[in-house]
Write a protein of this length. Sequence first.
Length: 218
Amino acid sequence: MSGRADYTPALGVRWLTPIYDSAIALLTRERAWRTMLAEAIDLKDGERLLDVGCGTGSLAVRLASIRSGADVHGIDPDPDVLSRARLKAAKAGVRVEFHEGFVDDSFLAGRDQYDVITSSLVFHQVPLEGKRELLAAMRRALKPGGRICIGDYGHQRTPLMRRLFRATVQVLDGVADTQPNADGVLPDLIRRAGFDSVAEIAALPTATGSISILSGHC
């Protein structure tokens, strides 16, 4: 998501894209963690938000529905999921500007900075160095005083969560990219990217492992 030439499709392989929304809803307690993430974001009218790796647009459309006076953007390199996101926004009757591509300097050039940047279920699919690069790009894209909110698989603290994560997420997305998340690397990476007041707001157990809600400020 930060200028890499490739990316991991939704659910790890492209042929599963059509069932992505159903799978996420069924297996991740999506309603619960998306509600927690939206509350952590606390989007206000007049604010400008970027959803990085927006996928099929579930979060961006929800936020635009909650705050019609906010300027909501989503970016994803996958044209298949973006077509679904645009259809979802149209059906909901909300305005979200979706961009195809990566969050890199070419995307950010000439753009106003954002008040809030969010991302959900993206970081666990990105290599460790890519996680660092993505957080650095997010930091560059935020206005002074802006905030970051991430919902993703985080520290798998219990034997049960580790087993479930290994049997589901790591089967689909591989071990190399996902294991740093399971080991709890995200909060430290966020701090090292230059964010302050980094906190894990919640950790929600699911059938596919524990999903954490993380926040930080610049």
